[in-house]
Design a binder for this molecule. Sequence first.
Ligand SMILES: *[C@@H]1O[C@H](CO)[C@@H](O)[C@H](O)[C@H]1NC(C)=O
Ligand SMILES: *[C@@H]1O[C@H](CO)[C@@H](O)[C@H](O)[C@H]1NC(C)=O
Ligand SMILES: *[C@@H]1O[C@H](CO)[C@@H](O)[C@H](O)[C@H]1NC(C)=O
Ligand SMILES: *[C@@H]1O[C@H](CO)[C@@H](O)[C@H](O)[C@H]1NC(C)=O
Ligand SMILES: *[C@@H]1O[C@H](CO)[C@@H](O)[C@H](O)[C@H]1NC(C)=O
Ligand SMILES: *[C@@H]1O[C@H](CO)[C@@H](O)[C@H](O)[C@H]1NC(C)=O
Ligand SMILES: *[C@@H]1O[C@H](CO)[C@@H](O)[C@H](O)[C@H]1NC(C)=O
Length: 496
Amino acid sequence: MLGYKSLLSVLCSLSVTSAMIPIEIIGNRFIKPAVDARDAGEVFFVTGVDYQPGGSSGYQDSNPTDVLSDAEACYRDAYVLQNLGSKVNVIRVYTVNPELNHDECMSIFNSAGIYVMIDVNSPLSGESLDRYNPSQSYTYSYMERVFKMVDAFKNYPNLLGFFSGNEVINDAKSAGVDPKYLRAVQRDIKQYIENNANRTIPVGYSAADVLEDGLREVTLEYMLCSIDGDEDDLSKSDFFGINSYEWCSGVSDWASSGYGELNKTISNSTIPVFFSEYGCITKTPRTFDEVSEGVYGGLVNTLSGGLIYEYSTEANDYGLVEIASNGSVTIKKDYDNLKSQLENSTIPTIYSDEVSKARIVTCDKAYLKSLSSVFDVDFDLPDAPDGVEDMILYGANNSNVGKIVDIDIRASNYTIFDTDGTEITSAVISVASTNTINSQTGTSASGSVHHPSTTSSASSASSVSPTSSSSRGQGNRNAQCAGLLSGLTVALLALL
Ligand SMILES: *[C@@H]1O[C@H](CO)[C@@H](O)[C@H](O)[C@H]1NC(C)=O
Ligand SMILES: *[C@@H]1O[C@H](CO)[C@@H](O)[C@H](O)[C@H]1NC(C)=O
Ligand SMILES: *[C@@H]1O[C@H](CO)[C@@H](O)[C@H](O)[C@H]1NC(C)=O
Ligand SMILES: *[C@@H]1O[C@H](CO)[C@@H](O)[C@H](O)[C@H]1NC(C)=O
Ligand SMILES: *[C@@H]1O[C@H](CO)[C@@H](O)[C@H](O)[C@H]1NC(C)=O
Ligand SMILES: *[C@@H]1O[C@H](CO)[C@@H](O)[C@H](O)[C@H]1NC(C)=O
Ligand SMILES: *[C@@H]1O[C@H](CO)[C@@H](O)[C@H](O)[C@H]1NC(C)=O
């Protein structure tokens, strides 16, 4: 007969069903709530990569798999992403099919400690707003696909948020017609979430970094404000992503990159701003100086991190790794350089009670017009297409509603090669106890707040204390197993 200890270890190592704590937002920061409700949450800096193996042209609705439904590939890439450094915590996925099952991949990334941001659109016709014809492309069938995306992903705890659009505005012409449609789509998505999901899920826009005609600043200010000062205005963005290629590593520095100007533009933001893409490739291999000197350096008080474009090498040549047609992955020099940049970056520990609470900015047309003469500052949002309000009320009825499932902790069947061509063996993801919280007792809401360590600095809202490896939440899994053990003890005693 097995002893208690070995029985316990068998029960606790077979497979993992796990759930990370959903990310919340306070003011202009993402917050990871504490596991223990008595502790303050921590500011969450997005640190990760954009992930779309196969590229945007690789997606078809008729494909049998998408990038989040091939578990072997997800095991492989979750390992490669973990190996990029312990700070890596987010991937952004641009195109997936709401009808396919994403449970294994989402559960693998969850176990690996990685949150996922999902674009609700696809590059295919009818599956996004047409930037030069938004009124004709804002249709029932488009919104039906969007709502099915929400259904497919809403129950994954490691879903960080949805992008309502990507670079829809990219010039003066699109800026003159799109803005109110972007807010209308966000309004519909957030109403759908309110009626059809169990939790709040952040929704925001990913902007092209266009400085001409003041578009970067006006787009941020247009998307974050509340119409008529309504604090429950669902059409406003919960966060703002910028696809920024201003700093080309090996070429630019803080002064020549324009990061100083960007720092000013976003310093007053009332919502989190982060780079939804960055990593200029003017000079390769990329040295990624902008990571430690910019994103987690000079911008750290205003920006909430960023996502490097991109994981795999596609036609446009931005990859950190090469994926061969047989599925093997080869690490590129860019990956090693990014890894040392991340190691060299200090991500500050800021507690949720040090973050300024949400501030409501009332939409001000005259102010917005002063930022850009070409931007349509109309806040008279178009009504949802016929039938969309019924879908919001009664559901889009996607039967494919995702959930976290048991996964085996094992290596992928694909081979992974290092930069020097040696095969990486035992490429098994590691699972931190903090990723296996099945019921969250923590909350970032105001109330009694303890910092985990008595030595933590009593820093002010804007100051920054050095990263400490927080030990909160550790032992939680053991606690679950101990619970199991005490249950077993009761059962065994009952047998006697
Ligand atoms: C909310 O969560 C419960 C329990 O996990 C689940 O049964 C239910 O379907 C969820 N509701 C929605 C709207 O997703
Ligand atoms: C930030 O807000 C303050 C107060 O509203 C204002 O005076 C200042 O000009 C703003 N700064 C920027 C860069 O928008
Ligand atoms: C960026 O802006 C913030 C907020 O205004 C400021 O604290 C910080 O010093 C700025 N960074 C640099 C490098 O100037
Ligand atoms: C897969 O392809 C790569 C590159 O072409 C090659 O080096 C590797 O040996 C192949 N792996 C397998 C398992 O066939
Ligand atoms: C790491 O930071 C140190 C000190 O700022 C700097 O000297 C060094 O070049 C950096 N290394 C990398 C890989 O950026
Ligand atoms: C979803 O099902 C409900 C209840 O059966 C129904 O009223 C509604 O019309 C359906 N929605 C769609 C988009 O088919
Ligand atoms: C991967 O390898 C495992 C054994 O390590 C095997 O059981 C499984 O069938 C393989 N899966 C695929 C898709 O080849």
